[in-house]
Design a protein around this ligand. Sequence first.
Ligand SMILES: [Zn+2]
Length: 233
Amino acid sequence: MAKLTPQEAGKLYGGRLPKFDYDGDAFYDEVFALALQGQSNAQIAANLADKFGESLDDKTFSAMINGIYIGWSKEENARRSARLLDRLTHAREKLNGVVRASYLKGALGGKRTTSRVSAYLKTRCLCEGQDPDCPECGGIGWIYSKKHAIVQETETELPPNMQALGTWLSVHDKEWREMKEQYKIELSGQVQTDAPRVKVEMVYVDTKDLEIQETRPQDFAGNDNNDKKAEQS
Ligand SMILES: [Zn+2]
């Protein structure tokens, strides 16, 4: 039996034309594409119009997905519903993977190139820019050497996003959840990025001569303890 065109098939449904060719690929490809954009079933039903000029009612589309659409035979419902579910599921799994990768990249932080500057070495042309028809420089007076390019890259270190890491671990790491419960770990979302704090003291030995003493926090803690011991004894 030759394949029916949508128009021919429409006649089977009391002359009402189906809006889409539910046995071709285009309809399912578009459902996949819209789901991959993060659209809900209702949004997909409405936004089919972007490509096809026709949309589906939200309830109709739901019935098609669930294989209970009255306009389709039992066999059509089973086959087309399976196709729709397959496309929707695959699109959403794929999107989850993309979002997850992006989320983790942001959570983990790390190096990223923020700017890239390229410059070419230039030499003065013999014409000194006096000859507008100069074949060497085209009249600008400078000859650029592409063999001697200077590329300057600026890299910045992104700090890890503690809140995002904590959320990820809470959802995906059972041991972490138990540990968090046990030790009542509180995530503040604050990131401690600076090195151990250093207190700088200036001691004037001479008016012209400044000596800088660096003292680490633990030294102060040690001093405090000594003071307390001194008080106790
Ligand atoms: Zn020149």
